[in-house]
Design a protein around this ligand. Sequence first.
Ligand SMILES: [Zn+2]
Ligand SMILES: [Zn+2]
Length: 384
Amino acid sequence: MSIADALRVSPGAETNAVAGRAAVLSSSGGSFSIEEITLQKPRGDEILVKVAGVGVCHTDVVCRDGFPMPMPVVLGHEGAGVVEAVGAGVTRIKPGDHVILSFDSCGACPNCARSAPSYCYNFMPANFGAVRMADGSTPMNAADGHPINARFFGQSSFATHLIARERNAVPVPADAPLEILGPLGCGIQTGAGSILNSLKVGRGDAVAIFGAGAVGLSGVMAARIAEAAHIVVIEPNPSRRDMALEFGATAVIDPKAVEDVVAAVKAAGPGGVSHALDTTGIPAVIGGAFQCLLPNGMLGLVGMPPPDAAFPANIMDMLVRGVGVKAFVEGDSDPEIFIPQLVKYHLEGKLPFDRLIRRYSLDQINEAFEDTISGRAIKPVLIL
Ligand SMILES: [Zn+2]
Ligand SMILES: [Zn+2]
């Protein structure tokens, strides 16, 4: 151990509350190694959670493979579990509560104040900093005492235990299937929220959804909940097109089998669509989605584009039809309000997101990531 490393060793092992295991990432583009860790006791507004299950989201892949992260780090941002202890300042949550962890936000900026925490002015440091915003510290240590950055999305849930904040934890009923609920905190919330909260799709509307991964298929389920008249799904994978039909799509299009995707979408809807959602991030697909819009239509963007991609549309074309485009973060959700609604839809059978899930153990995390990238799994969930 170098002197610099020795100085980083955290003092005060007596403050450690719990020992567990976590999937630790030590270098960008590397693989995860399962390591023994300790977590400190929860501070003022923090809670200690024993993880029941955690989803793998595309953002985890991006952060493993190149997005700048402070190493070593524990990723994971679709956790669900049981609260084991709470800090002195926690008022809403108590030990024994079942919670879904969602994204973190500052709670003090204008957008947090107006119940739009996904547009928190401090969203980047709160979620991608992987340390406590207040003082840059982390609640996790390796067996030898080295700090491990473990506040990714306010949770770092690829672990048996985590420290979150009361602010990014949402209590859920004890009769809901806790181990698979984590994806409601990000991927499913993003798909369903984009349709219900952001685009505000309503009865009789025509919607096109580009890409039928976990986000797109959640959007299909939500469009059916909204009673859209036309739900058109564009997806090259045949089994995903079949799922889209089962979840409520009124038409599916294989973009590789038709000459003109825009014409096919217009034919499947009433001459176009009032709302479109792109989950692919592919510039050519986004350009096509934009052309499918009826006058006064709106296109929402949630897919991760190449870093240097520009928006592929003509401004005059936008002006004459009066159409709009907006990037949506986390489906415009206020998790405290929207996640209980999603749980209710699921328990009523209207949001069968469980059918998207493939189960893995924590030890199989590297396999789960490969299956996310290859498309073999729509929504991997690590069951603890
Ligand atoms: Zn904020
Ligand atoms: Zn996510």
